[in-house]
Design a binder for this molecule. Structure first.
Ligand code: COA
Length: 350
């Protein structure tokens, strides 16, 4: 049994936030953002009216309809996000509630930018073993709720945006179609280079003793309740060592793509479309250069949506497919790198 993508959809909030708008909140320029990241604008939710799971539900409904199914045909949900509606329970059960499907299992995946690759890999295994036939796999994020919109947070805040993408993975007896391989990797040594520390059970100094890296402004903070000290030290925002992330990303993306090629016995030349996680246009351009891909064989939409973490691959995949850039029989490679560090790739015969 193989798992094919039977339906795909994406949903982004209506509100467009341009680089120019961010310059009113922090010391940055549109030129800086475009030059370093390629991003021109991103979408933000309407605060307290749209959440991670409501964006996911909109994307999921489109994917389910395009698969020719109803919500009642879905056997299982895999939900990838780093920005859940609640600390717990995970957003999977909230999506299940929005869709009105009672009783089916919901699994939340927490591997950040590589979340969608991990999620489809898990779903693929359930389908291969015959446990489920139609699995809804979603990546969704609401970053705008957690960013630091002052100059202090500018290196992170200009990059990220909100959105959701979904696929229905369906069992097929056609072994030439669908997900051919996935590879998943992580190296926790670098966990603190791109992280959101609080609330958490860590206690900064303790984790440092355990091999974690030091991080700015909050060495002794940590706890499940936000404290006045955390607020005073502004230890409530994501932290990113941008250069370090960049350096590792340009090594690990190609390694994951090469591994996927090897697993299916092809070369990068055989890939019709590469859908990279939309981390940074400069990272993607370096990957493109390394493999010698023509522009038509790499899909980028970070210019419009920013980095939407677990949602970025399904959004880009869906948009490329809607534009007719992915056709039946095409070899499509998905690849990602992100916080953890985590990285991985998937090869799909469309
Ligand atoms: N606007 C203007 N200046 C900014 C800025 C912004 N939004 N963000 C940072 N800067 C400044 C810094 O303060 C620094 O100033 P200084 O030299 O006076 O200290 C200068 O720009 C260079 O900062 P640095 O962080 O070294 O820039 P960079 O060239 O590495 O670019 C990133 C920053 C974040 C764009 C880049 O590191 C990057 O893209 N990294 C990968 C991030 C990523 O992909 N994350 C997601 C992974 S899934």
């Amino acid at each position: 049994m193989n798992a094919k993508i039977a339906g795909i959809g994406f949903f982004v909030p209506e509100r467009i936030v341009t680089n120019e708008e961010l310059t009113k909140l922090m010391d940055t320029t549109s030129e800086w953002i475009v030059e370093r990241t390629g991003i021109e604008e991103r979408r933000y939710v309407e605060k307290h009216k749209e959440t991670t799971s409501t964006l996911a539900a909109e994307a999921a409904k489109i994917a389910i309809e395009r698969a020719g199914l109803t919500t009642q045909d879905i056997d299982f949900i895999v939900f990838a996000t780093l920005s859940p509606d609640y600390y717990f329970p995970g957003s999977g059960v909230l999506l299940q509630r929005h869709l009105g499907i009672k009783g089916i299992g919901c699994l939340d995946v927490r591997t950040q930018c590589t979340g969608f690759i991990y999620a489809i890999s898990v779903a693929d295994q359930y389908i291969k073993t015959g446990m489920y036939k139609n699995i809804l796999v979603v990546g969704a994020e609401v970053h705008s709720a957690g960013l630091d919109f002052t100059t202090r947070g500018r290196n992170v805040s200009v990059i990220f945006g909100d959105g959701a993408g979904a696929v229905v993975l369906q069992a097929t007896e056609d072994e030439t179609k669908g997900i051919l391989t996935t590879n998943l990797h992580a190296d926790g040594e670098y966990a603190e280079h791109l992280a959101f520390f609080n609330p958490g059970t860590h206690g900064g100094a303790f984790l440092k003793d355990q091999g974690g890296l030091d991080y700015p402004n909050e060495p002794d903070l940590g706890g499940m309740h936000l404290t006045q000290e955390m607020l005073d030290k502004e230890a409530i925002y994501p932290h990113m060592n941008g250069r370090y992330v960049f350096k590792h990303a340009v090594e690990k993306f190609p390694a994951a793509i090469e591994e996927a090629c090897e697993a299916v016995g092809c070369t990068a030349d055989d890939i019709n479309m590469l859908i990279p996680h939309q981390a940074n246009l400069r990272i993607t351009q370096m990957i493109q250069l390394k493999f010698g891909f023509e522009d038509e064989r790499v899909y980028n939409n970070i210019q419009k949506y920013g980095n939407t973490t677990a949602a970025s691959i399904p959004i880009a995949l869906c948009e490329a497919w809607e534009k007719g850039l992915i056709k039946d029989g095409d070899l499509v490679c998905l690849a990602a790198f992100g916080s953890g560090f985590t990285w991985g790739a998937a090869m799909i015969r469309w």
